[in-house]
Design a protein around this ligand. Structure first.
Ligand SMILES: C[S@@+](CC[C@H](N)C(=O)[O-])C[C@H]1O[C@@H](n2cnc3c(N)ncnc32)[C@H](O)[C@@H]1O
Ligand code: SF4
Length: 353
């Protein structure tokens, strides 16, 4: 059968291990341990055995935690399993998240050889005082070395993560990031506002930094396509777009989320329950939700600046009109989209639906 006629799915795999924990990070992660890492990969394979089916995988995303600290042999074993047991699209987008301090030519060559074609580098900032504030173990020089290695090994599809609105961060820090984004011809940037409840950061300051970053990235040719995501033309993250366009994706591993057959699910967030479920040949699912298609499309799709078709709002006409009258949402022909001026209160806007 031709690729175009088969159902496609993305595949997200979570690697919940870090060498040390960043004080601001709320992702599921545990202290790295060689024994546990080995056991975990075997259980991921068990889970994937239960989740495999008659569809084509066109995106794979290895996220964390820190997938870049996982032993190469184990990554190879997992990737071999995936390629043997799933149908894989010829145009596969295969991303791995990398902590800059884990970078080496050897590691990147290995990634390239096993089919990884997109790297998401956790640079966070190109300013050493920001990195110190974040108590990262990498510095500006590590970011530069990592990008040089990726480029020389032939990775052209690179995302960098930035964290913005750090207390004391100034526009110069953003200008600095822009300089390196240009120098290295980076084609995708995820720019996250620091979420840390213990820091009381001024709302106006957050807004100023966010819109300044947005402007600078747009000025150098980026398209702001999602709340936190910017890309050069054609370099949008195919995998992450699945989250916002109602496409299916498998979530495997501790704490992963997936969306298949109209159901959103989230896996167990601890090893004990994750391992126990798989020992009994059950999917390690903690919770499931079945939202109406329209509601789901509104909640996820309005994160994209392109907007979504107005037919999804058939059951929400009054709320939609109110949001348009308030200027929060814009209607252009058949499309409804967020007014960029209100992007920072998107969650409040969405809570009306
Ligand atoms: C799941 S983390 C994994 C990345 C990798 N372990 C690293 O630290 O380089 C993905 C990204 O989420 C962002 N992030 C983590 N905690 C955050 C927070 N509290 N506020 C904003 N962004 C955050 C960071 O930019 C980070 O690179
Ligand atoms: S290294 Fe990455 S995943 Fe681990 S704690 Fe820090 S930000 Fe979170």
């Amino acid at each position: 059968m031709e690729e175009g006629k088969v159902k496609t799915k993305g595949l997200y795999i979570h690697f919940p291990f870090c060498k040390r924990f960043c004080f601001y990070c709320h992702f599921t992660k545990f202290k790295h341990d060689d024994f546990l890492e080995d056991k975990y990969i075997n259980y991921l394979i068990k889970e994937l055995n239960l989740r495999k089916g008659d569809y084509l995988i066109d995106t794979i995303y290895f996220g964390g935690g820190s997938p870049s600290i996982i032993n190469k042999n184990l990554i190879e074993k997992l990737v071999n399993f995936i390629f043997k047991n799933f149908k894989i699209s010829k145009g596969l987008e295969f991303t791995i998240e990398v902590n800059p301090e884990d970078s080496s030519s050897n590691l990147f060559e290995f990634y390239k050889n096993i089919g990884i074609n997109r790297v998401s580098l956790g640079t966070q900032s190109f300013d050493d005082s920001d990195l110190k504030f974040l108590r990262r173990t990498h510095n500006l020089n590590d970011n530069i070395k990592a990008l040089e290695m990726l480029k020389s090994i032939g990775f052209s599809n690179i995302n960098i993560d930035l964290i913005i609105a750090l207390p004391f961060q100034d526009f110069k820090s953003i200008d600095n990031s822009i300089k390196y984004i240009k120098d290295f011809d980076i084609n995708h940037v995820s720019s996250y506002i620091l979420e840390e409840i213990n820091l009381d950061i001024d709302e106006k300051f957050i807004e100023d930094i966010y819109f300044y970053t947005r402007k600078r990235l747009i000025d150098i040719g980026f398209n702001h396509y999602e709340v936190s995501n910017f890309s050069k033309k054609g370099y949008e993250s195919k995998h992450n777009l699945k989250y916002w366009t109602g496409k299916e994706y498998i979530g495997a591993g501790v704490s992963s989320s997936g969306y298949e057959n109209g159901v959103d699910y989230k896996n167990h967030v601890d090893f004990d329950n994750y391992f126990k479920s798989l020992d009994s040949n059950n999917l390690p699912v903690l919770e499931k939700n079945e939202y109406s298609n329209d509601y789901r499309r509104i909640i996820t799709g309005l994160r994209l600046f392109n907007g979504i078709d107005k037919r999804y709002f058939n059951n929400y006409e009054d709320i939609l009109q109110k949001m348009i009258d308030n200027g929060f949402l814009l209607r252009e022909n058949d499309l409804i989209r967020i007014n960029p001026d209100y992007i920072l209160i998107l969650n409040e806007i969405l809570s009306n639906f």
